[in-house]
Design a protein around this ligand. Structure first.
Ligand SMILES: [Zn+2]
Length: 410
């Protein structure tokens, strides 16, 4: 193997020490002391390799290895280094350590590539502090403005713009983080699977072929809050009964749409919320994911049709408030072919997969060919302190990307 297991383990363990919830999983929010510690550790490691190290205008950390043709488009490799509250030590850092280890291999073996390669550690992917998910990649693809930085605030009311300044970045320059599509040859990410499939099927790596589209909306149903004892069943406008009909039909709607479509209600609020009052108002969220945009639309249409039927039947009213809509992303065919070839050559077993979660690679795909490799998650756990990937399993993913970068970069 080109990569080194001990270095990979040491990097993961060291990054785990920059943590605001010791013993209770990893909490590393953006632009905090823990962020600074991890950032400095990575900067040091990159500077030791003699790379051009800098932070982009969004605060993502970059280490650039110049190719023999400086004007040829750059290959970016990496993931994010922030975490959710009480998350795990691998979601994000696994991909950052991948990029660092590959930079070490390219330097140590003096591998000359035509294309420049950049290590990227993205900021605020989880949105843990400011609720601004996939922030680093959105900035890199030109989707963030100064107004966004003013708008996004943490729990203490500190805006991202203020936190940027306190950290030594100029929020007014955020636009400069945008890259030109023609300047990037590919963005390659490694991430833990966050599901049980690879471990269960004893497969080394997952080669992601598509990232699901996500649509989230809030359904607000208005009925009438009447007395639970004196209002006959036939004269009620019970908002919760209506909501329950919609929610219990979701598994049917999702399975009737195209294969693999999932739909979830994660939040449900009942008002006024007393045992002896008929629910007058119910709000719930719906999260629909599929690799086919049409399937997402089918589920939403079914929900709206059901709500209309209920409105006609018993006079409830409803509204739908869109929260998030991201289109499905197909992973670049050339990158997939390269991954498959290198997996065969290095004798790693692989499985073609869909990603059910959003990642920086999904955003980067809007301006450049993107690739995403999954490594096994123990028991499928993630976003918790139990999150774990065996180091030799992680190394296989890194090794695969290492050889792929050498092939793509030549
Ligand atoms: Zn992640």
């Amino acid at each position: 193997m080109y990569t080194n297991l001990n270095r990979i383990r040491a990097d993961i363990e060291m990054l785990s020490t920059f943590n605001d919830s010791d013993g209770e999983g990893l909490t590393r929010f953006s632009l905090t002391k823990a962020d600074r510690g991890a950032r400095n550790y990575l900067k040091n490691a990159l500077e030791k390799l003699d790379l051009k190290v800098y932070e982009d205008a969004a605060g993502s950390l970059i280490g650039r290895l110049e190719g023999s043709e400086p004007l040829a488009p750059t290959i970016l490799i990496g993931s994010h280094f922030d975490s959710v509250r009480n998350g795990g030590h691998f979601d994000g850092p696994a991909g950052v350590v991948m990029a660092l280890e590959i930079m070490r291999v390219l330097k140590a073996k003096d591998i000359k590539l035509r294309h420049s390669v950049e290590f990227v550690a993205m900021i605020e992917e989880e949105g843990g502090r400011f609720g601004a998910g996939v922030f680093g990649s959105r900035a890199m693809t030109g989707q963030v403005t100064y107004e966004d930085l003013v708008k996004h605030k943490d729990e203490a009311g500190i805006s991202m713009a203020e936190a940027f300044e306190a950290f030594g970045f100029d929020p007014k320059k955020i636009g400069e983080a945008a890259r030109k599509p023609e300047s990037i040859k590919a963005f390659i990410e490694l991430h833990i699977e966050q599901g049980p499939v690879l471990e269960h099927e004893k497969i080394d790596v997952g080669i992601v072929e598509s990232i699901v589209g996500i649509r989230e909306f809030r359904v607000i149903i208005k009925g009438r809050p009447d007395h639970a004892g004196t209002t006959p069943m036939t004269l009620r406008k019970d908002a919760l009964c209506a909501a329950a009909e919609v929610i219990s039909a979701l598994p049917k709607y999702a399975s009737r749409a195209e294969e693999g479509t999932v739909a979830t209600v994660g939040v449900l609020e009942v008002k006024p919320g007393a045992a002896n009052i008929i629910p007058g108002k119910v709000e719930f969220t719906v999260d629909i994911r599929s690799r086919h945009a049409s399937a997402i639309q089918i589920v939403q249409d079914e929900i709206e049709k059901k709500l209309n039927d209920l409105a006609n039947l018993n006079g409830i009213q409803f509204e739908i408030e869109m929260l998030l809509s991201v289109k499905p992303v197909a992973i670049d065919a050339e990158v997939i072919k390269c991954f498959k070839g290198q997996a065969d050559q290095n004798q790693f077993s692989y499985k073609m997969m869909n990603s059910g979660a959003g990642h920086d690679a999904m955003i980067m795909a809007s301006i450049a060919p993107s690739g995403l490799i999954f490594v096994p998650s123990k028991d499928g756990r993630s976003h918790c302190k139990e999150e774990w990937t065996d180091y030799d399993a992680l190394q296989k993913g890194i090794e695969l990307i290492c050889h792929s970068i050498i092939e793509l970069g030549r």
